[in-house]
Design a protein around this ligand. Structure first.
Ligand SMILES: [Zn+2]
Length: 83
Protein backbone atom coordinates (compact mmCIF):
# COMPACT_ATOMS: atom_id res chain seq x y z
CA UNK A 1 0.00 0.00 0.00
CA UNK A 2 2.82 2.40 0.75
CA UNK A 3 4.13 2.06 -2.75
CA UNK A 4 0.73 2.89 -4.20
CA UNK A 5 0.35 6.00 -2.10
CA UNK A 6 3.48 7.50 -3.57
CA UNK A 7 1.71 7.64 -6.90
CA UNK A 8 -1.25 9.63 -5.76
CA UNK A 9 0.34 12.93 -6.62
CA UNK A 10 0.40 11.96 -10.25
CA UNK A 11 -2.85 10.11 -10.43
CA UNK A 12 -6.43 10.96 -10.75
CA UNK A 13 -7.98 9.26 -7.80
CA UNK A 14 -11.64 8.67 -7.60
CA UNK A 15 -13.21 7.37 -4.45
CA UNK A 16 -16.34 5.35 -4.65
CA UNK A 17 -18.24 3.77 -1.83
CA UNK A 18 -16.22 0.62 -1.49
CA UNK A 19 -13.53 0.85 -4.08
CA UNK A 20 -10.69 3.11 -4.92
CA UNK A 21 -10.26 3.70 -8.60
CA UNK A 22 -7.01 5.08 -9.88
CA UNK A 23 -6.64 6.26 -13.43
CA UNK A 24 -3.14 6.90 -14.55
CA UNK A 25 -2.95 9.81 -16.88
CA UNK A 26 -0.41 9.05 -19.54
CA UNK A 27 2.37 6.74 -18.52
CA UNK A 28 1.00 3.25 -18.15
CA UNK A 29 4.35 1.47 -18.72
CA UNK A 30 5.90 3.44 -15.85
CA UNK A 31 2.97 2.63 -13.63
CA UNK A 32 3.27 -1.07 -14.40
CA UNK A 33 7.02 -0.97 -13.85
CA UNK A 34 6.59 0.69 -10.50
CA UNK A 35 4.07 -1.91 -9.45
CA UNK A 36 6.54 -4.56 -10.58
CA UNK A 37 4.02 -6.10 -12.93
CA UNK A 38 5.36 -4.81 -16.23
CA UNK A 39 6.98 -8.12 -17.18
CA UNK A 40 3.88 -10.02 -16.17
CA UNK A 41 1.74 -7.75 -18.29
CA UNK A 42 4.06 -8.33 -21.23
CA UNK A 43 3.70 -12.06 -20.74
CA UNK A 44 -0.08 -11.82 -20.51
CA UNK A 45 -0.11 -13.00 -16.90
CA UNK A 46 -2.14 -10.14 -15.49
CA UNK A 47 -5.84 -10.56 -16.03
CA UNK A 48 -8.70 -8.13 -15.87
CA UNK A 49 -10.37 -8.50 -12.47
CA UNK A 50 -13.77 -8.49 -14.12
CA UNK A 51 -13.64 -10.36 -17.43
CA UNK A 52 -10.34 -12.23 -17.00
CA UNK A 53 -8.92 -11.00 -20.31
CA UNK A 54 -5.17 -10.43 -20.26
CA UNK A 55 -4.33 -6.83 -19.45
CA UNK A 56 -2.08 -5.04 -21.94
CA UNK A 57 -0.68 -1.53 -22.12
CA UNK A 58 -3.29 -0.81 -24.75
CA UNK A 59 -6.39 -2.14 -23.06
CA UNK A 60 -5.60 -1.09 -19.49
CA UNK A 61 -8.32 1.21 -18.21
CA UNK A 62 -7.70 1.68 -14.51
CA UNK A 63 -6.64 -0.04 -11.36
CA UNK A 64 -8.59 -0.34 -8.21
CA UNK A 65 -7.73 -1.37 -4.72
CA UNK A 66 -10.20 -3.76 -3.27
CA UNK A 67 -9.72 -5.50 0.06
CA UNK A 68 -6.13 -4.27 0.03
CA UNK A 69 -5.35 -5.90 -3.30
CA UNK A 70 -4.62 -4.20 -6.56
CA UNK A 71 -6.93 -5.14 -9.38
CA UNK A 72 -6.49 -4.08 -12.95
CA UNK A 73 -9.46 -3.43 -15.16
CA UNK A 74 -9.47 -3.53 -18.95
CA UNK A 75 -11.24 -1.11 -21.23
CA UNK A 76 -14.17 -3.30 -22.12
CA UNK A 77 -17.28 -1.21 -21.63
CA UNK A 78 -18.68 -3.82 -19.28
CA UNK A 79 -15.57 -3.66 -17.12
CA UNK A 80 -15.00 0.08 -17.10
CA UNK A 81 -18.48 0.83 -15.85
CA UNK A 82 -18.66 -1.73 -13.10
CA UNK A 83 -20.79 -0.68 -10.19
ZN1 LIG B 1 -12.24 -6.66 -18.45
Amino acid sequence: MKRIKTFFGKLKVKFTKKKLKVVYENDVPSLFSSLKIYDKVQRGEIKCANCNNPITIENFAYLQIKDGKIQLICNNADCMFLK
